[in-house]
Write a protein that binds this ligand. Structure first.
Ligand code: FES
Ligand code: FES
Length: 158
């Protein structure tokens, strides 16, 4: 196995490390950097629990080689709140609406929703459902999640 040096921006901070060429991004983030908000559900690209934003786009960290993070901007749920601890409008809206039950899907859901709101600030319920269609929730029935994303969009536009 080959050791590969990589450097990238992780939650706003430059990081450099050396990794095995076959290491998955989810393992580097969880075990190398302690970012356990990146959840492993299925481990095969089906549930979205491991969603991170890579240069602003949602990707499944369980399917991504860590080497692909090189040179990229990586955002996990740990980097979403402001430095002073103020929650992102999506985080506040999920709490306000009650869109979190067990919470396992929540980091991936919120990051996928962030990517949507960054490109489509006032999405319809259909657009939200489509954007979150790769993220599974076993608990909430989705309606509160969609409501929370709508609320966050309205808050951001104020
Ligand atoms: S753990 Fe990555 S998609 Fe399910
Ligand atoms: S809140 Fe439990 S899986 Fe979504």
């Amino acid at each position: 196995m080959k050791a590969v040096p990589i450097s990238f921006c992780l939650n706003g901070h430059p990081v450099s490390t050396s990794i095995d060429s076959d290491l998955r991004a989810i393992d580097l983030l969880r075990e190398g950097f302690g970012l356990t908000g990146v959840k492993e559900g299925c481990g095969r690209g089906e549930c979205g629990a491991c969603t991170i934003l890579l240069d602003g786009r949602p990707v499944n960290a369980c399917l991504l080689l860590a080497a692909k993070l090189d040179g990229c901007e990586v955002l996990t749920i740990e980097g979403l709140a402001s430095a002073d601890g103020t929650l992102h409008p999506l985080q506040s809206a999920f709490l306000e609406v009650g869109a979190v039950q067990c919470g396992f899907c929540t980091p991936g859901m919120i990051l996928a929703a962030k990517s949507l709101l960054d490109t489509c600030p006032d999405p319809s319920e259909e657009e939200i459902a489509y954007a979150l269609s790769g993220n599974f929730c076993r608990c909430t029935g989705y309606s509160k999640i969609i409501k929370a994303v709508r609320l966050a969009a309205q808050e951001k536009m104020r």
